[in-house]
Design a protein around this ligand. Structure first.
Ligand SMILES: Cc1ncc(COP(=O)(O)O)c(C=O)c1O
Length: 467
């Protein structure tokens, strides 16, 4: 697999104009009033070897800090926190109503159809494991090997057709078409990411839905990396299912979503058997429980109501401010990519080519430098947070980075821009990378069980417990 190098003599692997993956729904904010929502971590001071600096968090693709508005919603919800659909007291009534309103807000965020189900899960991984359990028995699942492990693995090897990492959009669509033509089962599901968690590149959802429909297949979108950057519209794009995680959308950990067609979900065994998922339970051994339909069928047990409210607050902030969020991120991404392209020795990595439409995620390597050493230096010397490794997408990264320099691991550094970033953060990162690419590490670092650490580091790297 070739790379899309920042060296301008290397041509992109794909020249077709990139297609958008979604239909943009009108922002709910009146024109010109959309703003970039603030996070609770903006301006976080962090210790570096040279003193305290404002944290430049470029690891939003892993998890995002909570929005200020999300924290306010959680604070308010904690005051009346009570049981959901299990009590007649005032607080229970309020909490139950907010839980269902949160479901409606999240559904509207992804443009659900009237008959769709919106199920609260723990995260994207949980959503796809739930969908995998709900598939009719004779279903074949088609999934590209580019996917995050949470999207690649839940379906089980025996009913999965894995499609190779494509060299172009055209090849991806051709491979999908050929695989669907050969399928013999009546139920088929295509699972694809909205945006790659490694390269940020967007998948051509509209074309994929068109091909799937032609071959009687449904489409499930892994929107974990798309939802924090671009609008999603299930109804207009015609996808069947969407999954995403709250902790990547500026809400806390613990709440995710599976939204989409109700029929398979209503016919499936409950994902979590227990209270709340039943209509009636009797002592009859053969049929002890009659299960309800709709979201409750798969949400057994007391639900994560605070997580659902937090996620709904994040969705509301995004629905109201999409245009400002996209403008903010696109300007920082352009600044970053322009800067990286000018640094000799740095390669950025791409599936479909450097000009392909993407969200604000960039994977790169510095010639002959271990990516985990690069991320350690960025943190210790510059107060910059990035992720290094294979990003739970081993097949894709192995293919992209196929044995680049032998002596260093075939891993990359990922920069993921988000709402808490500023132009100063991007300039600080670029300045650090220019130095590193030109001169290598200027201090001594030692490899330990915790990874690379600066020799003689005396910084206090813990904080008092928050409880
Ligand atoms: C594209 C993609 N899909 C799925 C996941 C899994 O998300 P979670 O860990 O929230 O279940 C991730 C997480 O990084 C991701 O980036």
């Amino acid at each position: 697999m070739s790379i899309a190098s920042t060296d301008s003599t290397v041509s992109p692997r794909h020249t077709k104009a990139p297609s958008r993956l979604h239909v943009v729904r009108p922002s709910t904010a009146p024109a010109g009033t959309a703003t970039v929502p603030r996070t609770v971590a903006d301006g976080l001071p962090v210790p570096t070897l040279g003193g305290t600096v404002d944290y430049a968090n470029f690891d939003h693709a892993a998890s995002t800090p909570a929005l200020v508005s999300v924290k306010a919603a959680v604070d308010a919800a904690l005051r009346t926190y009570s049981s959901v659909h299990r009590g007649n007291g005032f607080a229970s009534k309020v909490t139950s109503a907010w839980y269902e309103e949160a479901r409606a807000e999240v559904g509207s965020f992804v443009g659900v159809r009237a008959a769709d189900t919106v199920i609260f899960t723990r995260n994207t991984t949980d959503s796809f494991n739930l969908l995998a359990r709900a598939l009719p028995r004779d279903t074949t699942v088609f999934v590209f090997e580019t996917e995050h492990h949470s999207t690649l693995l839940p379906w089980g090897a025996s009913r999965t057709v894995s499609l190779p990492v494509p060299a172009s959009i055209e090849q991806a669509l051709d491979d999908l078409t050929a695989a669907l033509q050969q399928a013999s089962t009546c139920n088929r599901l295509v699972v694809v990411a909205g945006a790659s968690n490694v390269t940020g590149e967007l998948w051509p959802l509209e074309e994929i839905v068109r091909i799937a429909r032609r071959h009687g297949a449904r489409v499930a979108i892994d929107a974990a990396q798309l939802a924090p950057h671009r609008p999603i519209d299930i109804e207009t794009t015609g996808v069947d299912y969407v999954a995403f995680s709250g902790h990547k959308l500026y809400a806390p950990f613990g709440a995710g979503v599976l939204a989409g067609r109700a029929d398979w979900l209503d016919a499936a065994d409950p994902y979590l058997r227990g209270g709340g998922a039943t209509v009636r339970v009797t002592a009859t051994p053969a049929t002890p429980a009659t299960w309800t339909t709709g979201a409750a069928r798969h949400e057994g047990g007391s639900p994560n109501v605070i997580g659902a409210i937090a996620l709904a607050a994040a969705c509301a902030a995004f629905s109201a401010n999409h245009s400002a969020i996209e403008a903010h991120e696109e300007s920082l991404l352009a600044r970053l990519r322009h800067g990286l392209a000018a640094v000799p020795g740095i390669d950025t990595w791409s599936i479909f080519g450097e000009t392909h439409d993407r969200v604000a995620v960039v994977a790169f390597t510095i010639e002959r430098l271990d990516s985990s050493l690069v991320s350690a230096i960025l943190s210790a010397e510059h107060g910059i947070g990035v992720r290094d490794g294979k990003f739970c997408a081993h097949i894709l990264v192995d293919e992209l980075l196929e044995d680049p320099w032998g002596e260093v691991p075939a891993t990359a550094v990922r920069i993921s821009i988000g709402l808490s970033n500023t132009a100063e953060h991007v300039d600080r990162l670029l300045g650090a990378l220019v130095e590193l690419a030109a001169h290598g590490p200027q201090r001594q670092y030692v490899r330990t069980e915790q990874g690379w650490l600066p020799a003689g580091d005396t910084r206090e790297l813990s904080l008092p417990r928050p409880w």
